[in-house]
Structure formats: C-alpha cells, structure tokens
Design a protein around this ligand. Structure first.
Ligand code: PLP
Ligand code: COI
Length: 352
C-alpha cells in the first residue's frame, strides 16, 4: 500500500447489490472514500475510510459562497484484470488551477496521487471490466470552514468518491445552441471546474430539456456568435473532412479528452483546426451539406456524437455516417484507456 495514506477498511461491502451489467452514470458509490482535511494552514494525511456522510456546520462557507471545485476521471480494468487511469496528472494540474482561482489552498501532488491510487487499490473489485463501463472517480474540495463573512474559508475537505458507471447519455444527443444565457465570461471562472459553473447551467439547460434537447451548447457571452462548449463536454465539428474545435480560453474548460482527441486525430492524418467557430458557419454548413459531424468530448461523455442541433427555432439534423471521425476516435481513445492497444502517447497510468 502506498505510504502517507492511512486505510480503514469497511467491515461490510455493498458490491453484491450492484448490477454491473446495467450501470447508470454516477448513482451508486463504492465502499470507501478518501478524505483529507486542510486545517491549521496545512493539508493533513489523507485517509481511506468507509464511505459515509460528512458532517458540516450550517455556517460552513461551501453552503453560502459556493467555494468548491471538482475533477472527473475514470479507472479502467483490462482483460487481464489490471487497473489503469488515463492521464491523471493532467487532472491533478487542472485541480490546482481551479483551486487557485477559487482561493482554495493548492494540494500537494503526493496527497492527490497517493490518495487516488491507494483508494483505487482498495476499491479495485469495483472497477468494471465490461465494455462501455468504468469506475467514475470524483475528486473534490469543499470549504468546510465556518463564517458568514464573504471571504475564503480557513478549513477545507478534499474527498474522492467513486461510482461504477455506464454511459453518461442515453440515446441520441440533441443540443440547443444558446442565444440568451451564458455559462462563463472573460475574467471569470469558466476554465475552472468550480461547482457553481454547473449550478449556473441548470436553469437554461432545464429550459432546453423542456424543448427536447439534452444539453446546451454555450456561445460566447459577449456576442453569442461563437460556439464555446457544452455543459459537460468540449465540442468538435467536422466540416467536409476537417475536424475543428474552438480554442480554450478563460471561459472554456481545457478538456483532457479534447486535447487527446486532437492529438490522436493529427496522428491519424485527420486535418484539424483549432480556431473560433461561428454559429453562422455551422448553420450554413448544415444547410449546404458540408457539416458532416458534431460531437462532444469529455471524461463522462467520452466521445458523444450529436444527432441534431437547434438554433433560432429550427432543428438541423446531422447525417448518420457509416465511418465517422467520432467512432474512429472513440475506438482509439477507449482502446488506449482499456489497454487494448499500444500506448504510443504514454497516457495510461497503472493503478496497481
Ligand atoms: N467541459 C466541461 C464544462 C466539462 O465539465 C468537462 C468534463 O470534465 C469537459 C469539458 C471535458 O473535460 P475532460 O475531457 O477533461 O473531462
Ligand atoms: C466529467 O466529464 O468528468 C465531468 O466532470 C462532467 C460532469 C458534469 C459529469
């Protein structure tokens, strides 16, 4: 077992109550969790303990000022039963970028990596082996320190919880290109995985869901003329044979799947462009038939083809291609994640 992490094993297990052949996304949790407190100006020793509720004072700042951040990762099990993570150091770096922006004390790398790997070693039996399933891993930090004063807390909790999970989306994905609301603004927190970024999306997304869409595609807050990203994934469009995604900025999450997909596409000889995408060019391309594909990319979403998008009251259907970039790229990235092919980019990270 890794050093500097204590382990208290649960006396019982819920694993036999779980139907691993019919997993939804993120709704059943494993037997253990990692907890690490920030008190007296320092992150303390991380502990693996039985999964349990946490107790917080009603004046804890998380409740009042939303000081919280999170990450999303997955653990995979290959056909020999060996467990893997995908580029976990990228999640660690982004976690600390988010922490800095939310005035949360940054976490030492060893607390994150040793805590993560120790927890996953304890929970190894929970990592699904069936295709399309994985163990979704959710590291997060919340402000546990008390006070109604609107200033950063003096105490925090870093927790990792895990949920064996299947696909994030069920069925075809239809998205609405947003014309009124915004997810993020220049100088804001859009690039951070701050809890409040997601809360702020719920209402406009509810309105979209009522109209039959699953996700909103956010546009820039200033003009609503440029495509930014979706609620839980970065967006790619294919116009003719070129795969295009918008540049990251302080409004857009620097997705690990996004940059991996770009690298794989380039390696496979697919023409790629990272540039601003206007809504009008996508609508025009949909009308003239040059818009071949749209898909989202993210840890939870993996690579999710978009079947149709709505804009200004009109729905535009995407063609169903027999050989799409989305399926080619999804196959390759999941083959790397599940140790089915050589890892030429050095992205796999052994858990055990
Ligand atoms: N954009 C948003 C808003 C997200 O929540 C996510 C998910 O983490 C992504 C993009 C994709 O990022 P990643 O590929 O690192 O999971
Ligand atoms: C992820 O893809 O891991 C995310 O964090 C997105 C989340 C909204 C499910």
């Amino acid at each position: 077992m890794t050093k500097n992490v204590t382990v208290e094993k649960s006396k019982t297990s819920k694993i036999h109550d779980v139907d691993f052949d019919n997993l939804s996304f993120g709704s059943v949790y494993t037997d253990h969790m990692l907890v690490c407190d920030y008190v007296d100006g320092a992150w303390q020793t991380p502990k693996v303990i039985p999964y349990q509720p946490i107790s917080l004072d009603p004046s804890a700042k998380i409740f009042h000022y939303g000081q919280s951040i999170f990450e999303g990762m997955k653990a995979y099990k290959d056909e020999n039963g060996k467990a893997w993570l995908f580029r976990p150091l990228e999640n660690f770096k982004r976690f600390n970028k988010s922490a800095k922006r939310l005035a949360i004390p940054e976490l030492p790398e060893s607390h994150f990596m040793d805590g993560l790997t120790t927890l996953l070693q304890v929970e190894k039996d929970w990592i699904p082996q069936n295709p399309g399933s994985s163990l979704y891993v959710r590291p997060f930090i919340l402000a546990s320190g008390n006070g109604f004063h609107a200033s950063p807390a003096d105490e925090y909790k870093f927790i990792i919880a895990c949920a064996p999970s299947g696909a994030y989306f069920s069925g075809k994905v239809k998205v609405l290109i947003e014309e009124k609301y915004s997810r993020a603004a220049n100088g804001g927190v859009g690039y951070a995985k701050a809890g409040g970024n997601y809360a702020g999306q719920f209402y406009p997304t509810q309105l979209a869901v009522e109209k039959g869409y699953q996700q909103v595609i956010w546009t820039d807050d200033n003009t609503h003329e440029y495509i930014e990203e979706a609620g839980a994934m970065n967006i790619f469009v294919r116009i003719n044979d070129t795969l295009i995604t918008g540049p990251t900025s302080d409004r857009i999450l620097d997705g690990i799947t996004r940059k991996s997909i770009l690298q794989i596409a380039e390696d496979q000889g697919i023409a790629t462009e990272v540039r601003k995408i206007t809504v009008s060019e996508v609508v025009e391309a949909a009308k003239n038939g040059s818009l071949k594909e749209m898909f989202g990319a993210g840890t939870a979403a993996v690579v999710s083809p978009i079947a149709a998008f709505g804009y200004q009251g009109t729905d535009y259907e995407l063609p169903e291609l027999e050989q799409s970039y989305a399926s080619q790229l999804k196959q390759y990235i999941t083959d790397i994640q599940n140790n089915r092919i050589e890892d030429k980019f050095d992205w796999r990270y052994p858990v055990d």
